[in-house]
Write a protein that binds this ligand. Structure first.
Ligand SMILES: Cc1cc2nc3c(=O)[nH]c(=O)nc-3n(C[C@H](O)[C@H](O)[C@H](O)COP(=O)(O)O)c2cc1C
Length: 311
């Protein structure tokens, strides 16, 4: 089994230490072949939002290639991801979210997304891969609220099953986490859980980590009030991460999120849920092109208006 560690922390810092603890555990017990990289050591150009990748698929049925192809390290890093059976992703919390370079990296994943590759007829299905997610912060979990959910979003974009998640709190200075045996042990177990998940049939792989929150599907802790979807689907409440829909019920004095019968219809964790979103993107793009004459006329005044541009 091949395990790939990805971090974005300071060299020798808390994220790197926990990632290495997880990799070491998998190597010791399961003889995993391990490798890792720190995103700060690579060149990654930001996504320009040009939509060339999705437009190529939706409008022309061509492969979803990025306009940056060959200009930075993305192909090399994504080849490592594609070759790995399991990932250990260990990213610091900055302002309650994953550190920015992770978002720059994962915004570029769209052309590599397996659902999009499938839509373009390039692959039948995604490879069977699993991940363990780690985040580190100087504060309590209250200041890390969106980090695991955001890391998890990136995993479903690549059709990777998340089998464990952890938050190491109260770690400010680089290396601080070695003073906290509980987090070192948790990272060790996370590495074992990722490796173990690779020894069983993929359809039996389950979440093995500590329960993080409301959602019974993705185990994340962010919920939102429902709004009608593009095709009319509506749930009273939805998981903000995976889109599982349902309602809250009071059970033994505790609020519990209960899935609706059709609550997984747009669930982004599953390829079908994301394919549905692919249909939505194609439909939205077409509505623009069908009305391009009117749009050009209305855009003219914004093109003509030129206040001082700073850069
Ligand atoms: C700009 C910035 C923002 C941060 N925001 C948070 C935060 O919102 N919540 C938190 O718990 N820690 C926050 N931290 C602390 C880091 O997450 C913490 O120092 C962590 O150990 C860094 O990981 P590393 O040692 O792998 O580099 C922040 C640090 C910086 C520099």
């Amino acid at each position: 089994m091949k395990l790939l560690g990805i971090t974005a922390g300071r060299p020798g810092g808390n994220s790197e230490i926990l990632m290495k603890e997880a990799l070491m555990a998998a190597e010791e017990k399961h003889n995993a072949e391990t490798a890792w990289f720190n995103l700060h050591d690579s060149k990654i150009l930001p996504c320009t939002g040009c939509e060339a990748c999705t437009m190529r698929v939706a409008m022309k049925h061509e492969p979803p290639e990025c306009i940056h192809k060959g200009k930075d390290d993305m192909d090399l890093l994504m080849a490592e991801l594609a070759a790995a059976d399991g990932l250990i992703v260990s990213i610091p919390s900055f302002c309650m979210q994953p550190q920015g370079i992770w978002r720059v990296f994962t915004d570029r994943w769209l052309p590599y997304e397996w659902a999009l590759q499938k839509q373009a007829g390039l692959v039948e299905k995604a490879p069977d891969r699993v991940a363990g997610l780690i985040t580190v912060g100087g504060s309590t979990e209250n200041w890390m609220t969106m980090t695991l959910a955001s890391l998890n979003v990136s995993m479903f974009m690549q059709s990777i099953k998340v089998v464990d998640m952890m938050m190491a709190t109260g770690c400010a200075r680089p290396g601080h986490v070695v003073l906290k045996d509980n987090f070192i042990e948790q990272a060790h177990q996370l590495g074992l859980n990722v490796a173990h998940s690779l020894t069983i049939p993929y359809d039996e792989v389950k979440y093995l980590g500590k329960e993080q929150g409301w959602c019974p599907v993705c185990h994340c802790n962010l919920m939102k009030k429902g709004k009608p979807h593009w095709d009319g689907l509506y749930f009273k409440y939805e998981c903000a991460m995976c889109g599982a829909g349902g309602d809250f019920e009071l059970r033994d004095g505790e609020l519990v999120f209960v899935l609706a019968e059709n609550g997984l219809e747009h669930c982004r964790i599953f390829t079908e849920g994301r394919e549905n979103h692919g249909v939505e993107i194609g439909m939205v793009q077409r509505t623009f092109f069908e009305n391009i004459g009117e749009a050009r006329k209305k855009m003219a005044k914004y093109k003509a208006y030129n206040p001082r541009k700073v850069i």
